[in-house]
Structures are given as C-alpha cells and as structure tokens.
Design a protein. Structure first.
Length: 95
C-alpha cells in the first residue's frame, strides 16, 4: 500500500504523462486493467476449486457415516459459493 504522499506523487506523474503523451499514459491504464482482470479470474478459479473439494469431502463424510461433518463441509462450500457469486465483490471492470 502506498502512503498518501506517494499516491499523490504517482498521480502527478501519471497526469504529466497523460499531458505529454496521451497514448503512452493510457498504455499503463490498459495494463492495470488487464492485471486486475487476471487477478479476479485467478481468485474465482481458486474459489471454484475449493468448493469442489469441499463438496467431494462432504459426500465422502456422508458415505462414511458422519452426517455432521458432511453438513459442516457442505455449509462451507455454500459459503464459498455465495462469496464467489456475490455482486460487488472485486469483479473485473469492462474497459
């Protein structure tokens, strides 16, 4: 995380770049959006993998005769599902 002073200095540099060469300055914005989108997709994939593993463990616990553990694991998978699909979570922005 940048301090307020560093953030202001960075904003000033970006502003100067946009004034001097708009295309060069915009190339940084495109790269930043691409990185944010990749981060979002990786996070979404991690949630999906965790949900699948928890669901499989839940079924295994149910087969092994432990319904309480199966219920806990299924609840954890449901919470991950809700977190993964919640609107307003860090979703990629359209550019």
């Amino acid at each position: 995380m940048l301090s307020d002073r560093d953030r202001e200095a960075l904003d000033e540099i970006q502003h100067q770049l946009l004034v001097e060469d708009p295309n060069f300055g915009r190339s940084f914005e495109v790269g930043a959006h691409r990185l944010a989108r990749q981060r979002w997709y990786r996070r979404r994939r991690a949630y999906t993998i965790a949900m699948v593993v928890l669901a499989m463990l839940s079924v295994l616990m149910l087969v092994l005769g432990s319904p309480t553990n199966a219920l806990v694991l299924a609840a954890m998978a449901a919470l991950l599902w809700e977190r993964r699909r919640r609107p307003g979570s860090t979703t990629p922005q359209k550019t």
